[in-house]
Write a protein that binds this ligand. Structure first.
Ligand SMILES: [Fe+2]
Ligand SMILES: [Fe+2]
Length: 203
C-alpha cells in the first residue's frame, strides 16, 4: 500500500516537471530549431499526463487533494539559475529514477493493481524517450552557445548539487511536518478498502 501511495504521489508531484517544461520551451524557443519546440511541447504534455494519472489515482482511492504533499524543492532549486538548469533538472530526474520503474510496474502487477501498473508502464516508456531528449538538447544548447557539448553531464551534476543543497536547508520542523502528513496518509489509506483494487484507468 505504501508503494502504491508513494508512486501515485510521485506522479502528481510531476507538476514541477510541467512547469519546468514550459519555462525551458519558452527560454530556448529562439535559440534552438523548431524541433526543440515540438519536442519540449510533447515533453511538457507528457509530464502533465503523468501528473494527471497520479491525481486520478489518489482521487479514486478517496483521498483529499488538500492532504497530498506537493514538493516545490526541485523547481525552486533551479530558480534564479540559467534556464539551462531547468532542462538539466528534467534530464537529471529522467535518468535518476528510471531503473526503478519496470521493477515497480511488476510489483503492482503482483499486487493485482492493474491501474498502478499501467500508470508506471506509461511513465517508464515516456521517461525513456525524455532521457533521450534531455541529452540531445543539452548538447545542442551548449553547441549553439559555443560551449563544449560534452559538458552536458556537468549540467546534470550541477542539478544534482542544486537539489541536494536545497534539500539540505530543510529544518527539523519541516521534516517533522512532512512525516506527520505521510503518517496521516498511511493511516487513511490503510482504512480504504479499494487501495489495490482494480479501479479502472481514467483514460
Ligand atoms: Fe514524468
Ligand atoms: Fe519525463
Amino acid at each position: 500500500m505504501r508503494l502504491q501511495l508513494r508512486s501515485a504521489i510521485s506522479h502528481v508531484n510531476e507538476v514541477w516537471a510541467i512547469e519546468a517544461g514550459g519555462v525551458m520551451l519558452s527560454a530556448f524557443a529562439d535559440a534552438l530549431p523548431w524541433e526543440w519546440i515540438h519536442n519540449s511541447a510533447r515533453w511538457t504534455y507528457d509530464e502533465s499526463r503523468h501528473c494527471h494519472m497520479g491525481y486520478e489515482r489518489l482521487m479514486a482511492w478517496g483521498l483529499d487533494p488538500a492532504e497530498i504533499p506537493l514538493g516545490t524543492y526541485i523547481y525552486e532549486s533551479a530558480s534564479g539559475e540559467d534556464p539551462i538548469y531547468r532542462l538539466g533538472m528534467l534530464y537529471f530526474f529522467e535518468t535518476k529514477n528510471i531503473k526503478h520503474k519496470p521493477v515497480r510496474a511488476q510489483l503492482f502487477h503482483a499486487y493485482g493493481d492493474a491501474v498502478s501498473e499501467h500508470d508506471m508502464d506509461f511513465d517508464w516508456a515516456d521517461e525513456t524517450m525524455h532521457a533521450g531528449y534531455g541529452k540531445h538538447w543539452l548538447k545542442e544548447l551548449l553547441a549553439v552557445r559555443g560551449e563544449d557539448p560534452a559538458a552536458y553531464d556537468q549540467v546534470r551534476e550541477r542539478c544534482e548539487k542544486l537539489v541536494r543543497d536545497y534539500v539540505g536547508t530543510a529544518t527539523a520542523l519541516e521534516v517533522d511536518d512532512i512525516k506527520k502528513v505521510a503518517a496521516g496518509l498511511f493511516a487513511k489509506a490503510a482504512q480504504k478498502t479499494n487501495v489495490g483494487a482494480g479501479v479502472p484507468p481514467v483514460r
